[in-house]
Design a protein around this ligand. Structure first.
Ligand code: DC
Length: 232
């Protein structure tokens, strides 16, 4: 399978429905850059938390906005793993913890934060050849993306995947806590005023509740052929 031209692949959808796993795999398959935009919102949340810009789960918005220009985020390889760097520090593990997960919905509601991160994301994808995952990639960041996926899975399946991932990383969490956090984030993501999670009109839905990753890749290959974007 070979892509005819360099394209942008936008992967949007709910928390923990395997967007990153799938997007990473596609990036590897096509030799594309992979960008996890959720990690960028998480890195800003970690910055706010570490710098005392939060009180009782609330963000000191103006303070954070005034410091945005001091927040440098990029992605670098550590072995064969893509890691998120915040001001030159590898924060890949820390941004996945419960403290950041509980803050990130609040941070991602802030218009100026979104504006700042969207401009970084557009710069990262300006030469195409990119797979970007998030919530607003097909609607706001790259409305002209050649392929837009909207991924879903039931909240039980998603909570189980997140739980297994965190336990494997050594976090002490309960399944109930994870499920509650996921459902709260679904609500926040869909109901927020700024760029809520929604399916772009031209996005294609992929419900992977009962699909293996290999099945998803086969499905995607067929999609590329149907769209005339690839040759066998
Ligand atoms: O994909 P994730 O669960 O790591 O994302 C973390 C949070 O960031 C999620 O609650 C929604 C937010 N987010 C967003 O608002 N826009 C994006 N493009 C990506 C993530």
């Amino acid at each position: 399978m070979k892509l005819k031209n360099k394209i942008v692949i936008a992967v949007d959808g709910f928390s923990s429905c395997g967007k990153s796993t799938f997007a990473k795999l596609l990036a590897k398959k096509f030799g594309y850059i992979f960008i996890d935009t959720g990690a960028m919102y998480r890195a800003v949340s970690l910055f706010a938390w570490r710098n005392g810009l939060t009180t009782g789960g609330k963000i000191e918005e103006q303070e954070l906005i005034s410091k945005l220009q001091h927040i440098k985020i990029d992605f670098r390889y550590s072995g064969d793993k893509v890691c998120t760097f915040l001001n030159n520090e590898n924060v890949e593990n820390e941004i996945r913890g419960v403290e950041v997960s509980n803050l990130v919905s609040e941070v991602s509601k802030i218009k100026e934060v979104r504006k700042y991160l969207v401009s970084l994301q557009q710069a990262m994808g300006k030469n195409k050849g990119i797979v970007m995952d998030g919530r607003d990639i097909g609607t706001v960041v790259f409305p002209d993306a050649e392929v837009k996926l909207y991924m879903t899975a039931t909240s039980n399946v998603r909570a189980k995947r997140r739980y297994d991932e965190l336990i494997e990383k050594g976090f002490d969490v309960s399944f109930e806590e994870i499920k509650k956090n996921i459902e709260e984030r679904d609500n926040n993501d869909m109901s927020r005023k700024e760029s809520p999670l929604m399916k772009a009109d031209d996005a294609i839905e992929l419900d992977n509740s009962n699909m293996t990753v290999d099945e998803q890749v086969l499905w995607f290959n067929r999609l590329l052929l149907e769209k005339g974007l690839a040759i066998k």
